[in-house]
Ligand binder design. Structure first.
Ligand SMILES: Cc1cc2nc3c(=O)[nH]c(=O)nc-3n(C[C@H](O)[C@H](O)[C@H](O)COP(=O)(O)OP(=O)(O)OC[C@H]3O[C@@H](n4cnc5c(N)ncnc54)[C@H](O)[C@@H]3O)c2cc1C
Length: 506
């Protein structure tokens, strides 16, 4: 198992298993970093380089989470537009955000050069295009605000992507890479300078015992001075679960019949937006297209999202073959900006970096820099802007209410949308159902070989009800994004405990 879904991503073949030596837990560390995606691996290298003794703890393998399912555009403009950021956080903070975006791209470039990482990194120009009058008005605002924030953006006349547009703007200074080759390069360097890593080890809890932190894991306990949750969303019960909403996004990697692969990054302004870029992997060129995002667990019929994305791409591109299709999860923060710093409600030296929206290659890199600066120097220029303890009631209010109302709806309503069945033989192969059987509500899946997998329907995180995801073959929690495999094992945080299993014979 190399990624948290049944579909294979374009990057996945590069994921490699490292070792799982439980005896590493017997030592004590300056920093335990939990999660080996881009945030965790970058943090681990930053800190080990500064002579902090580090242990990287990963529940599955590197790139198992969204870093293995990303599309890896590297941008200095974000899903939270500069017009929104200026409105909600002020111009100075928008400029600081732009500085952070540029700094993250620089850090990635410097790492690639310093460690000779072969990961297809390339500088590109980005193009934002509107498709109708409403989007054009939005684009005009984006262009003006981006320039104010210090990210040059200007109207041009040609779209490198064969998609008709109303207005188009170019943004130089963007980039792209192969995300798994990149984090493997960082990890090799981290291990070479003495950093330690343990895979297939899930962190369950962190406790303060006298002056030390104790990380309780599935393989034992480990002591340290600082903990970083680089788990994309922190486990446990935390205020950040109510300030970040989980979403799924869909991606395709396709071959084009005419062999003309646009040399740029592209974005329309639809809601949700589509995003495009190309990359050569193993000598083959691909167009990567993404979009059709929806809130996690909003629908069982995730195949329909792939079909919509395919139809959209086939309409504009001369596709000869869809080689890869996959989906993955991201977290939308209620006020648009990530949460990076001390984790509220935890001891002082427990840190988190989360709430990246669709910009986690950049915010994961910047988050790693900020957390290393906080741990080593006690300060960072970005600490206040991204503080997880910030309260932005005005900026976040509407979406906060909307997302949380949605959570409550799922907690209550899902209890009654259950089918009654007399026998498990009523299920077809490859079919999943939430069923009531002998008074118990269960999540049941019959696989292609006719084996029945019977699980509790209640998420182990905060007790919401899980929803079937038919394309990734997982049970997804609409409330805070925990995901479980067909055998109940945790695929995606914040849950740390699998769904209870029942024997089909019983
Ligand atoms: C389809 C899609 C496309 C995207 N495209 C882009 C893009 O083009 N550009 C961009 O900048 N961003 C993009 N993003 C967002 C970006 O990919 C993510 O924000 C980023 O990968 C998150 O990295 P991470 O390291 O924080 O988390 P992850 O990569 O999810 O890593 C977290 C790790 O923690 C591990 N873990 C979880 N819980 C525990 C535990 N209790 N103990 C131990 N380990 C644990 C997991 O197994 C996982 O390996 C996209 C997101 C999606 C869904």
């Amino acid at each position: 198992m190399y990624r948290d879904g049944a579909n294979k991503s374009l990057w996945q073949a590069e994921i490699k298993k490292y070792s799982s030596m439980a005896e590493l837990l017997n030592d004590s560390y300056d920093v335990v970093i939990i999660g080996a995606g881009i945030t965790g691996v970058t943090s681990a290298l930053n800190l080990q380089k500064q002579n902090r003794k580090c242990l990287l703890v990963e529940s599955a393998n590197i790139g198992f989470g969204t870093t293995g399912g990303t599309t890896a555009h590297l941008n200095n403009f974000f899903d939270a537009t500069y017009s929104d950021v200026i409105k909600d956080f002020g111009l100075d903070n928008a400029k600081l955000l732009a500085r952070g975006g540029n700094e993250a791209i620089d850090i990635i470039r410097q790492n690639i050069n310093a460690y000779g990482i072969d990961c297809g990194f390339a500088e590109k120009t980005g193009y934002l295009f509107s498709l109708d009058e409403k989007q054009t008005k939005e684009l005009d605002d984006i262009i003006e605000a981006s320039n104010e924030a210090g990210v040059p953006m200007k109207e041009v006349q040609e779209n490198p992507f064969p998609i008709p547009y109303d207005k188009i703007a170019e943004v130089p200074g963007q980039a792209q890479f192969h995300p798994i080759q990149y984090i493997r390069g960082l990890l090799d360097q981290y291990l070479a300078i003495g950093g330690k890593m343990i895979e297939e080890c899930r962190a369950l809890e962190v406790e303060k015992q006298e002056e030390e932190l104790v990380v309780i894991t599935t393989l034992g306990i480990v002591k340290c001075k600082n903990v970083i949750y680089a788990t994309h969303i922190p486990p446990g019960k935390n205020v950040l679960h109510f300030r970040n909403a989980p979403y799924r996004s869909y991606a395709l990697a396709v071959k084009l019949r005419n062999g003309i692969y646009p040399d740029a990054l592209g974005y329309d302004l639809c809601e949700p937006y589509h995003y495009y870029r190309c990359q050569e992997v193993d000598g083959e060129q691909y167009l990567i297209a993404g979009g059709e995002d929806h809130k996690t667990g909003e629908t069982e019929n995730t195949e329909a999202s792939f079909q919509k994305l395919e139809a959209y791409v086939l309409k504009y591109f001369d596709v000869s073959e869809i080689v890869y299709r996959w989906s993955s999860q991201y977290y939308e923060p209620v006020d648009g900006l990530p949460y990076i710093g001390q984790l509220p409600g935890n001891p002082d030296n427990v840190y988190v970096s989360t709430g990246y929206n669709g910009n986690g290659m950049i915010f994961g890199t910047l988050g790693a820099q900020i957390l290393s600066d906080l741990i080593v120097h006690g300060e960072s220029a970005y600490a206040q802007l991204f503080s997880p303890a910030r309260v932005k009631p005005v900026a976040g209010f509407t979406s906060f209410v909307k997302e949380n109302a949605n959570v409550v709806k799922h907690l209550v309503m899902d209890k009654i949308t259950v089918e009654k069945i007399q026998s498990l033989t009523e299920l077809n192969d490859n079919e999943a159902k939430v069923v009531k059987y002998n008074g118990e509500t269960m999540a049941v899946f019959k696989d292609a070989r006719g084996r029945v997998h019977v699980l509790s329907h209640t998420c182990t995180h905060l007790g919401c009800n899980v929803v079937w995801n038919e394309s990734e073959l997982s049970w997804d929690c609409p409330c805070h994004g925990s995901r479980f495999g067909i055998d109940g094992e945790v695929l995606t945080a914040p849950a740390v405990k699998g769904l209870d299993k029942f024997s089909p014979e019983e």
